[in-house]
Design a protein around this ligand. Sequence first.
Ligand SMILES: [Ca+2]
Ligand SMILES: [Ca+2]
Ligand SMILES: [Ca+2]
Ligand SMILES: [Ca+2]
Length: 418
Amino acid sequence: MSASDEDMGPNALITYHLHANSQNLLRVDPTTGVITTNTNFDYERIQEFDFFVLAMDQGHPKNSATATVRIYVEDINDEPPKFTQTSYTFGTFENQPKGTVIGPLSATDADSYPYNHFTFSLNSNDTFQINPETGVISTRKILDREQQSGYYLVARVANTMAPYLSSTASVTVYIADRNDNAPRIIFPTEGNDTIEVSARVPTGYILSRVIATDSDLGNNAKLTYSIAKGNEEQIFDIDPNNGAVSVQRDLTGSEIRDNHRILLMVQDMGEPRKSAAAHMLIHVNRTKAFVDWMDKHITLEDDPDSQSGILGYHQKILIILSGVTIVVVVILIMAIIYIKRRQVRGHPEQRDSYKYMSRMAGQQNGTGTEGEKKAVQFDLVQTGYMSTGMSAPLGGTKSKEKQVRHIVGCEAETSSMI
Ligand SMILES: [Ca+2]
Ligand SMILES: [Ca+2]
Ligand SMILES: [Ca+2]
Ligand SMILES: [Ca+2]
């Protein structure tokens, strides 16, 4: 700032001052009038502002003049472009042509033109592309949900001018299912399609199960089962939900053919419905007994010979088990009796100890002398020790001492003399 005064001396000595409301932003050198900033100016907060400078002389009275100054703040590229969301989630159907739009990303940059110009990009990806200007994501190829049901991408938005500030956002793309897969029948298949069943099978018996899969999702993979052909006589039935093939009629009748070739149909619930079919050959065996291996249950009511044979087998097992149990119990009882007797006969000291115990009982009843009581104690120490079957002298080891003391202690507790 510069001001002039036509007076002379102090009357022309000019000092510069700022208005109080701008002093936190700026300062002015009182003598030179040079204005400097007190703070950083942010173009994104304030683009221009006015302030007043006072030029005052030192005369009497002091004369002054005021000038209005306007400051324009210039922008620089100090703001990065930012996505309006930190993450984006999109969904799209599989099997659509390449170039199908997934969705747009959006971003803002607080700078002014041209520092607010930015472009979009995706992390290296051969499945999706993004329009650098509009931020619209689209496919680069046909997607297959059965191959990959979701994609996780990183999108970047960057300024096109130095210092090329940028930011990122995560993008998730879910691939929705279309019913593009027919069910696949794993059983029966050509070469593995024959079931043999006894003619004596009860009605309702499940003789086989159709096994099928569908690699789609939800209703597109929900399967229903039916018999499409070869079951005009209603001999068989199939559970529409699980594919269990059951027998619905008595197969022993002469009107029932030996061989049946039924066409099984598996359909999904998709739109449009897709299906698969397979033949099952069922051979009715009239000589074979019915054995339900699944339940380990044998029903041979129609075959008395076999029935008696089976029952005889069960009875034999029962008899053998009972006999073995009785023999084991008898042996155990005899062994216990033998061991008890041998213990008493084989250890005269133990017999003696029983004798002393009887004498001790007499002492406790007050029938023995003082000397006898002491002798009893000693005897008990001896016999107590010896009854353990050890041959080491008294006090040989701690465990022996312990055992002896135990016997003495028992006596002491019951004898008022000790
Ligand atoms: Ca910027
Ligand atoms: Ca800026
Ligand atoms: Ca399907
Ligand atoms: Ca599919």
